[in-house]
Design a protein around this ligand. Structure first.
Ligand code: F1P
Length: 346
């Protein structure tokens, strides 16, 4: 994230620089809608971006699996902005989705990690995430970097539209600059997360629940666990639990809640109560200093407080660590999980 912000975010001078995207900021600001295409973890970063763009820039956003989008006849109009997100920059489904949108006159922007890869070469403009090479197959730091860049884009567009108050902008810059040190603070919890992981390394299923911006984080937590530990895991918006998944909850079901202090806090507290009433085992990611959830949850992992919009940058880290420790305890190769390829080019 430090690399991702370097040269882009400067709270002292009050600037936010987005390189090649600068000349497209007006187009994005004027667009009627943004369509995001991506796969896997990058798709989850896109879902975070949907919340952030709609909240700050007030532009409708659709987030599409590139692997579906490319095989249907999507309605794309000239002037629509399509943002392709990819760690590797080589994902075949995402490349095909770009070609399809391009043929319909859309403006194609990229958020990629691999410099000089195929996707950045085919887009009109883009921003590299500067996350450095991912050693493992499963995306981890790429997610954080993608969310960082997409959030910067949303802030820049909101500013260009004149709907972001100068004080709010300054506050964002201030908070953004503090994200790297807050991530380091979360990483200091690694030992505690390892202890919690030891209690669940034999579990056969997991449920991840979050609301608002923490819903895509729940999906990402579940995907990481599936990818590297081969445990079946599902992520849902916490409010969807009562529409089906609640039937699965018993004393053998670990339920991971991403329950930070935000506008849906009271609602998620009642979701935790519903799970505890059915004897589910609750692991909760909470905001530092939370006094209520620790009285209800079986295990609690704290993250520092930040602006609500920036929460996913912190809340995803404990979930990545949980998957990592569980996978190691199960003897799985976390860098090279079975059946997975770093770039899915077919
Ligand atoms: C997309 C992706 C990754 C996943 C795995 C397979 O890749 O689904 O999210 O972790 O590596 O590919 P990309 O388009 O972001 O490179």
């Amino acid at each position: 994230v430090k690399d991702c912000f370097r040269g882009r975010v400067n709270a002292d001078e009050g600037h936010l620089v987005l390189g090649g995207l600068r000349e497209y900021l007006d187009d994005i600001a004027k667009s009627q809608r943004i369509v995001i295409v991506a796969c896997g973890t990058s798709w989850h970063a896109g879902l975070v971006a949907e919340y952030v763009f709609e909240e700050l820039a007030r532009i409708p956003v659709e987030v599409e699996y590139a692997s579906e989008f490319r095989y249907r006849n999507p309605i794309i109009k000239e002037g629509d902005v399509v943002i392709a997100i990819s760690q590797s920059g080589e994902t075949m489904d995402t490349l095909a989705a770009i070609e399809l949108a391009k043929s319909k006159g859309a403006i194609i922007l990229g958020v990629c990690n691999a410099v000089g890869s195929s996707i950045p070469r085919t887009t009109h403009a883009g921003a590299y995430t500067h996350a450095g090479p991912e050693i493992g197959v499963a995306s981890t730091k790429a997610f954080t970097a993608q969310v960082s860049v997409l959030t910067l884009m949303a802030i820049a567009v909101a500013r260009r539209k004149g709907i972001l108050h100068e004080d709010t902008f300054r506050r964002f810059l201030f908070e953004l600059e503090r994200i790297p040190e807050k991530i380091e603070k979360v990483l200091k919890n690694a030992e505690k997360i390892k202890e919690i992981s030891a209690l669940f390394s034999e579990a056969r299923n997991f449920i991840y629940l979050g609301r608002g911006l923490n819903f895509p984080v729940a999906l990402e937590g579940a995907l990481k666990l599936k990818e590297i530990s081969y445990i079946h895991a599902e992520g849902y918006p916490a409010a969807e639990m009562k529409h089906g998944p609640i039937a699965l909850i018993d004393e053998d079901m670990p339920v991971v809640f991403i329950a930070t202090r935000d506008q849906s806090y009271e609602k998620i507290v009642s979701n935790i109560q519903e799970v505890k009433a059915r004897k589910g085992k609750v692991i909760a990611v909470v905001t530092e200093g939370d006094k209520l959830i620790p009285t209800m949850a079986d295990h609690v992992i704290e993250i520092p407080i930040t602006h609500e919009v920036l929460t996913p940058l912190l809340s995803v880290i404990p979930l990545q660590l949980l998957s990592y420790h569980i996978a190691v305890m199960r003897g799985c190769n976390v860098d090279q999980p079975r059946n997975l390829a770093k770039s899915v080019t077919v």
